[in-house]
Ligand binder design. Structure first.
Ligand code: ADP
Ligand code: ZN
Length: 621
């Protein structure tokens, strides 16, 4: 059997038409997203491609469509064995001939798939890089008709990233051994250096680069002041995500356990996940998160890598991440399906102090610490920013957003600023007068002139700053101190008590030479008011109808032992709810309902919609 060579030019147009047909018929989508169409064109005309798209951007379609359209088998190289099963299940649901080869298969199963590969009876075959490099697999590939190679998570080839995989380095063999087969490398890791490294190491020098914006417009970013974190979290979930699935991130294992318990106590299905739990419990919790509706995972950052669940409706942070990279990656797990989702965080002075202390106490060398300090500073800057958060976020990744986004807390409700020049002077001077040995609670007591034995015993009721801060509340002073620590004007000692001392940079502030504008923290009780023009979080008008649709989806999923989202995504169910199709034909027009799924599930969901309509009609009688 020969390799599939580049199709002759005359075939290109017909392949292009086929690609659109596949998009409509198989996937049930109306249009390609930006860049998808271009990447598909490149591959079906036999060229290589390097694709950078954010999580949820729609990378898979870029190789799935050409693999189906071009003759031969598309080989997908992915490092995450755990994900292969679900990816293949999802494709099989669409009627695509997909399979995977990995160590979880029985030898006979593997042999069947190998045979199908050689006979070209598959559209897509997933395997891990180490398997691909085995001589046996190489031999099979030389016998098989191949349509393309897709190298997923291509940043794993970068020796400087945290996801480096030795086996990825061997993938340059594809260019030497299969030079006629187009290759596509995909990643969500944005930076220029990694991109160059991928092109070099994978020998993709002549590949077209397709770099999409890293914006995730369906995610609403919100960062609020921490007041009573548990209460704030509960209110947020109750008001906006009552029966949704989400992730809550905490810094420590203890806090993960406590928060999961707290949420369970309030009737939510919340499960803890951290590296200290036995592996089987962790696996069970992850499985329930993937398979069931409305599960909340409370986790340390150990959770998330390789989680492909498309309908995570919120990601909440109860602790501040160490960098914008981490924040963006973690929040990026929300809303892969493109439906409105929330990235919500509360943070306060203690977070700033804790992270700064952890950093200073960490064993790294000076250079390491300097880099980490800069990253933390950028993260704190994002928290304190008074302009559009999305613009700040994207700018950090070298991506400019021309207009404020309208879908972050600072856009929806622009924070006020106030002239804090005098307050800042008072605060800094109080730190100085008391000897730079005290934490923020004590300092605020001194400023507010508290009647307090400890203050008297230290003689601090005699210092000039005693009682000069009665014009501001304790809460307002906390806000001032937080902004001073966040801005690097004050530093907390690394030893643990959080004693604040002055840094070099605070000199002009202390002298009152610079006017200082501070953020006025909005009251914590209110959530941002969405104006009509603002994309809101998922608003379900008809909760019982929504629940019925989801219940049917769950039942169908359970029958086959697959996660509900491989039957239909939330976005598809939402569209059903909105458009209420009455016939199979109308059902087929819904985004995400391709021919195979229409065939298998169309009738079942039409029945649900019919009963909803009957119930609604009888409600008016
Ligand atoms: P990535 O791999 O980039 O994180 P996926 O390939 O998983 O993203 O796609 C994210 C989501 O977007 C999936 O739910 C997918 O079905 C959906 N999607 C992708 N392309 C389109 C499209 N052209 N139209 C509608 N939905 C799409
Ligand atoms: Zn904004």
């Amino acid at each position: 059997m020969t390799l599939t060579a580049t199709p002759p030019a005359t075939d290109f147009q017909s392949l292009k038409t086929r690609a659109l047909d596949v998009l409509h018929q198989v996937f049930g989508f109306d249009d390609f997203r930006p860049l998808q169409g271009e990447v598909v064109d490149a591959l079906i005309s036999g060229n290589d491609a390097l694709v950078l798209m954010p999580t949820g951007g729609g990378k898979s379609l870029c190789y799935q469509v050409p693999a189906i359209v071009r003759p031969g088998v598309g080989l997908v190289i992915s490092p995450l064995i755990a994900l292969m099963q679900d990816q293949v299940t999802a494709l099989n649901q669409l009627g695509v001939r997909a399979a995977f080869l990995n160590s979880t298969l029985w030898p006979e199963e593997a042999r069947d798939i190998e045979n199908a590969l050689v006979r070209g009876e598959l559209d897509l075959l997933y395997c891990a890089p180490e398997r691909l490099l085995q001589p046996r697999m190489q031999q099979l590939l030389h016998q098989a008709p191949l349509s393309l190679f897709a190298i997923d998570e291509a940043h794993c080839v970068s020796q400087w990233g945290h996801d480096f995989r030795e086996d990825y380095l061997g993938l340059d063999i594809l260019e030497r051994e299969f030079s006629q087969v187009p290759r596509i490398a995909l990643t969500a890791t944005a930076d220029e250096r990694t991109r160059k490294e991928i092109a070099e190491r994978l020998h993709l020098q002549s590949a077209g680069h397709f770099v999409s914006s890293f914006d995730r417009p369906n995610i609403q970013y919100r960062i609020a002041q921490k007041d009573n974190a548990n209460k704030q979290l509960l209110a947020f979930i109750k008001e906006e995500h009552q029966s949704d699935c989400g992730i809550v991130y905490c810094l420590s294992r203890n806090k993960v356990e406590a928060t999961a318990k707290m949420l369970s106590g309030k009737g939510y299905m919340a499960l803890p996940y951290h590296a200290g739990l036995p592996a089987d419990i962790r696996a069970a919790h992850q499985e329930r998160f993937l398979r069931e509706d409305g599960v909340i995972i409370v986790a340390t950052i150990a959770f998330g890598m390789g989680i492909d669940k498309p309908d995570v409706r919120f990601v909440a942070h109860l602790d501040l991440p160490k960098s914008i990279e981490a924040y963006y990656q973690e929040t990026g797990r929300a809303g892969r399906d493109g439906a409105p989702s929330n990235a919500w965080m509360v943070y306060g002075l203690q977070d700033v102090i804790k992270l700064r202390q952890m950093l200073e106490a960490s064993p790294g060398n000076d250079h390491f610490k300097r880099v980490e300090r800069q990253k933390l500073d950028a993260m704190l800057g994002l928290c304190e920013v008074t302009s559009c958060r999305r613009q700040s976020l994207l700018r950090y990744f070298g991506d400019e957003l021309e207009q404020p986004c309208g879908n972050c807390d600072t856009c929806i409700e622009p924070p006020q600023t106030w002239d804090g020049t005098v307050a800042v002077q008072k605060a800094l001077s109080c730190v100085f007068r008391t000897g730079q040995r005290y934490g923020v609670t004590y300092l605020i007591d001194v400023l507010r002139g508290a009647d307090n034995e400890r203050i008297r015993s230290q003689g601090h009721d005699k210092v000039s700053t005693f009682g000069i801060g009665q014009d501001l509340s304790t809460q307002q002073w906390k806000s001032v101190f937080r902004q001073l620590v966040a801005g690097g004007y004050l530093q907390a000692d690394a030893e643990g008590y959080g004693a604040l001392s002055l840094t070099e940079t605070c000199r002009p502030l202390l002298k009152g030479e610079d006017t200082v504008w501070l953020r006025r923290d909005p009251e914590t009780k209110r959530k941002p008011k969405g104006s009509a023009s603002v994309k809101r979080t998922l608003v379900i008008e008809d909760q019982p109808a929504w629940d019925s649709l989801r219940a049917r989806r769950k039942a169908l999923a359970d029958e086959q032992g697959v996660p509900p989202y491989v039957i239909f995504h939330d976005t598809t169910l939402l569209e059903m709810l909105e458009r209420r199709p009455k016939t199979l034909e109308e059902m087929g027009e819904i985004n995400g309902v391709g021919a195979a799924k229409l065939d298998r599930y169309g009738q079942a969901f039409l029945e649900v919609i019919a009963t909803i309509d009957v119930e609604n009609a009888s409600a008016f009688e």
